[in-house]
Write a protein that binds this ligand. Structure first.
Ligand SMILES: [Zn+2]
Length: 287
């Protein structure tokens, strides 16, 4: 699922592969891009802001994309998907950049990028680490809001998707339903989350446990009704329809109890992430 770390890695890959190359031909099969032709423009670079991808060209234009749940980009080889799939294909000098079924896809003036990303909170995967004090104060503007919903609101902080909203809360032993204003240790929670997503953005693939096996790369995400990996209590959760923040959620009713005020369990986070390289990230809270 594309979260901030995935988009950051995609932007870096596009820039590494195609920066300085001229677009030879652009093919669009997408009613939203009728009349758009990027042929002749040189790709300057690519950037990610939160979950938005910005690919910039030397003629003052930017290809802006947001993958939501369904979109994908292919960097290098020609896509093999059927021709009727909604797409944009840029034939670069040494390969192709293909966007498939991208829900938000448009070409804008580079000077107007602010209009599509200006509303976002601090970007977790920006080259410079975000100001976590600023993130905390944005989260606390609505103190009664469940913490998972507040973390997913990109106006508060840009980059976390549902996977992090679930996994991070498990790691620090706080319920995703906990009102954000009642959490003791919000700064530490943000430090752990930032260290996790920045480490995954820099190293990939997306992994919240630090274990190598692909089947073991998350603690509880997608495991509702199965035993908690720490205490074996059956995991509880929301379906997308029932969830107050409209996303599936999972938590352990024993490890992540909701109480009037809940303290972030940093010892637990250190233990669970003992193998994860995020422990060495500058944002990870020190003892
Ligand atoms: Zn548990």
């Amino acid at each position: 699922m594309p979260e901030g770390d995935t988009i950051r890695r995609l932007a870096d890959k596009v820039a590494r592969r195609f920066a300085g190359e001229r677009c030879q031909r652009s093919v669009t099969r997408d009613p939203r891009l009728v009349g758009v032709d990027l042929a002749g423009a040189t790709l300057l670079g690519a950037d990610a802001v939160g979950k938005h991808l910005l690919v910039r060209f030397d003629d003052g234009r930017t290809l802006h994309a947001h993958l939501l749940m369904t979109g994908s980009f292919r960097v290098g080889p020609a896509a093999t998907e059927p021709a009727w799939r909604r797409r944009i294909e840029l034939w670069m000098e040494t390969g192709r950049l293909t966007g498939l079924d991208v829900p938000i896809l448009e070409v804008i003036r580079t000077a107007d990028e602010e209009a599509v990303v200006g509303h976002l909170g601090p970007d977790l995967c920006a080259p410079e680490p975000p100001d976590l004090g600023e993130v905390a104060s944005r989260l606390l503007r609505e103190p009664a809001r469940p913490v998972a919903g507040a973390l997913l609101d990109q106006r508060n902080v840009a980059g976390f998707g549902n996977l992090y909203a679930v996994e991070l809360m498990f790691v620090v032993g706080v319920s995703p339903n906990q009102p954000v204003g009642t959490i003791d240790g919000l700064d530490e929670l943000l430090g752990v989350g930032t260290a996790l997503i920045r480490t995954n953005a820099a190293r990939g693939p997306q992994n919240t446990t630090g274990r190598r096996l692909a089947t073991d790369d998350h603690f509880v995400y997608g495991r509702r009704h199965r035993p908690c990996p720490v205490c074996a209590t059956t995991l509880d959760g929301w379906s997308e329809r029932d969830s107050p923040w409209q996303r599936v959620s999972v938590w352990c009713p024993s490890c992540q109890r909701s109480t009037p005020s809940r303290t972030v369990d940093l010892a637990r986070a250190r233990r669970l992430l003992a193998l994860h390289p995020a422990r060495r990230d500058a944002a990870f809270p020190v003892a």
